[in-house]
Design a protein around this ligand. Structure first.
Ligand SMILES: O=C(O)CCC(=O)N[C@@H](CCC(=O)O)C(=O)O
Ligand SMILES: [Zn+2]
Length: 329
């Protein structure tokens, strides 16, 4: 049942709540793309874990990775030790193989959200599911890993985005991420209303967006470089200590500037396939916007992450980042 839950969620064949036993506990389908795993052992030393994938519909590797961990659980190769909420985000977009259908779901995770439509409705469902899950499991550390892949290549193919919020990331998180072969970390500089920001901002969760390579269609992903991340997911399901490594293996960056698209007439002044973290020298013109004017790199070189000139008006078109000196990481 678990092994094909992801597929069945996508073809719409999981409708009424379904539940049953799994090694170490029980599973319950809460709704479309929402699966709760509850361990029999009631030990609050293990965290309450939210694992989400498919918030962007064309980012399939994390869905395959999660599916593999669930299959191992169902086959008895793993034994459930933590409460886990597994989320498949934008089901319609996953079916269509597109980033989103009407609007980017990953900008809508705010409690005062007023918009109507499919993605806003889905954001409300997912926020409610996360709220209910954390309330149902009090006294535990809260964790949320939101799994993504990036549109383009990257100088660091696997990297974490640390959302901006009051909660402080614990040192063990950096060790776990390094142990899962995450190569870089990007500290956000401001509230971003992404799904990982939601868990951190509203629930004090240890939360990250994890970029796990490039967005490719189902079946075209090479999961080999994600094996250490798969092992981290397995450890979280089992409620055991994940492999850890020194955070000094990772490169740390912080956002210096966020480029927004204000006008229809907007362009980025570098090729579309420029890899994430490419550095631009002082004086380089990076963007032209009919309303906001040009953007040029100042005295400090800047690296570009998530450049996308085709975003909706008012949306982020790129993050411009700088390395964090070793002593500040
Ligand atoms: O490759 C890209 O340009 C986008 C990849 C992606 O979907 N990234 C996330 C990052 C979320 C965050 O800032 O935490 C997004 O843009 O939603
Ligand atoms: Zn994404």
């Amino acid at each position: 049942m678990l092994a094909d839950w992801l597929e069945r969620s996508l073809d719409g064949s999981v409708s009424a709540p379904v539940q049953g036993d799994i090694p170490g506990g029980r599973f319950r389908v809460l709704g479309p793309g929402l699966l709760e795993l509850t361990p029999t052992a009631d030990e609050t030393r293990t965290p309450a874990v939210v694992l989400s994938a498919g918030i962007h519909g064309n980012e399939t590797a994390p869905i395959e990775l999660l599916g593999a961990s669930l299959a191992r659980l169902e086959a008895g190769l793993l034994r459930l030790g933590s409460p886990v909420l597994v989320i498949l985000g934008n089901l319609e977009a996953i079916r269509a193989g597109t980033r989103f259908v009407n609007t980017n779901l990953n900008r809508l995770f705010r409690r005062d959200l007023a918009e109507d439509g499919m993605e806003p409705d889905r954001a409300r469902q997912l926020m409610e599911a996360v709220d209910t899950f954390y309330v149902r499991h009090p006294g535990r550390t809260r964790l949320h890993y939101d799994l993504h892949t990036a549109i383009r290549d990257s100088q660091y193919p696997r990297f974490a985005v640390e959302p901006f919020a009051d909660a402080v990331t614990t040192p063990e998180q950096w060790q776990w991420l390094a142990g899962a072969d995450i190569q870089a970390v990007l500290h956000q500089h401001d509230h971003s209303w992404t799904f990982s920001h939601y868990g951190k901002h509203y629930h004090g969760a240890q939360a990250f967006t994890l970029e796990l390579g490039r967005a490719l269609p189902f079946g075209a992903n090479d999961l080999a470089p994600l094996a250490p991340m798969g092992q981290l997911l397995d450890a979280l399901l089992e409620g055991r200590e994940p492999a850890s490594a020194s955070p000094s293996r990772m490169a740390f960056f912080r956002v210096e500037h966020e480029l927004f698209r204000h006008a229809e007439a907007f362009r980025l002044c570098f090729p579309d396939d420029t890899p994430n973290f490419t550095e631009f020298a002082p004086g380089t013109r990076l963007a032209e916007d009919a309303e906001a004017g040009p953007f040029t790199v100042g005295d400090t070189p800047l690296r570009v992450v998530f450049p996308n000139a085709r975003v909706e008006l008012g949306a982020r078109a790129a993050l411009l980042v700088t390395p964090v000196p070793d002593e500040e990481t």
